[in-house]
Design a binder for this molecule. Structure first.
Ligand code: DXP
Ligand SMILES: NCC(=O)COP(=O)(O)O
Length: 249
């Protein structure tokens, strides 16, 4: 079964809009776990507009030996002020999985992946992947649908890719996602043939997840945040998580 990892960034955005502790990130994580999710995802960004380093630590302590902990982010964003950098955080908390994403610091959200065919990307990732494997974290790399050359990722120790599903979600909303879906499916097949497992995420929702899941055999994990937290406003967090699990059965 495909693992559902709930991204809690948007709970932190709401909390940060007032300061203080509400809504409480750990309570949200606990609710998702009790509803049956298999993982929690966070994507700390240098501007700390959502999860902060102290959240990353608190979640690590809470999740240990319960569900998977997936930390996403740009490993090359410089440390600054109270932001220690992605690598410093993952060295400290040793999450189940680290998903490497090539965001620039000012991006409103992620919008592209690394490219296995680019020597510069492979060369930059090589030492990072080695270190992350040494600390015991599984390594996943965010890629665009349509990417190829995954043997080059496998050769440096990458274990999974995460397909960027934003364009698929956009095409679905526009009414015709056939081409986008076929491209995601082809990308998944290429990665699986290279020995990598396949995750997916970005703008997945209760509306578009079913078709995506049906089109990608062996999909290991989806990480979902923005839509799921929005939908939870209407039906509650636990019910919404259960709805997603039903789609993934
Ligand atoms: C890599 C990815 O697609 C997600 O982590 C997504 O970008 C969520 O990040 P934000 O919550 O900052 O939009
Ligand atoms: N990796 C994708 C993720 O964690 C959540 O993305 P979104 O559902 O917030 O777009």
């Amino acid at each position: 079964m495909t693992l559902l990892s709930v991204n809690l960034n948007k709970i932190a955005v709401l909390r940060n809009s007032r300061g203080g502790d509400e809504p409480d990130l750990l309570r949200a994580a606990q609710t998702c776990i009790e509803a049956g999710c298999g993982g929690i995802t966070v994507h700390p960004r240098p501007d700390q507009r959502h999860v902060k380093p102290e959240d990353v630590r608190a979640l690590a302590a809470m999740l240990r030996n319960r569900v998977e902990y997936n930390i996403e982010g740009n490993p090359f964003a410089a440390a600054r002020d109270s932001y220690p950098g992605l690598l410093a955080m993952v060295r400290e908390v040793r999450p189940t999985q680290v998903t490497l994403v090539p965001d620039s610091d000012s991006q409103i959200t992620s919008d592209h992946g690394f490219d296995p065919l680019l020597d510069a990307d492979v060369d930059k990732l090589r030492p990072l992947v080695r270190e992350l494997r040494e600390i015991g974290s599984r390594v996943s790399v965010f890629v665009d649908a349509g990417a190829s050359g995954f043997e080059r990722f496998a050769a440096i120790g990458v274990q999974r890719i995460e397909i960027y599903t934003g364009p698929y979600a956009h095409a679905f909303a526009e009414g015709d996602a056939r081409d986008a879906l076929a491209q995601c499916a082809q990308t998944a097949r290429r990665a699986q043939q290279a020995g990598l497992a396949v995750n997916a995420g970005h703008d997945l929702s209760q509306a578009n997840l079913g078709a995506f899941h049906a089109a990608i055999p062996g999909l290991a994990e989806v990480s979902i945040g923005h839509a799921l937290i929005g939908e939870a406003l209407y039906e509650g967090l636990a019910t919404t998580v259960r709805n997603y699990l039903q789609i993934l059965r």
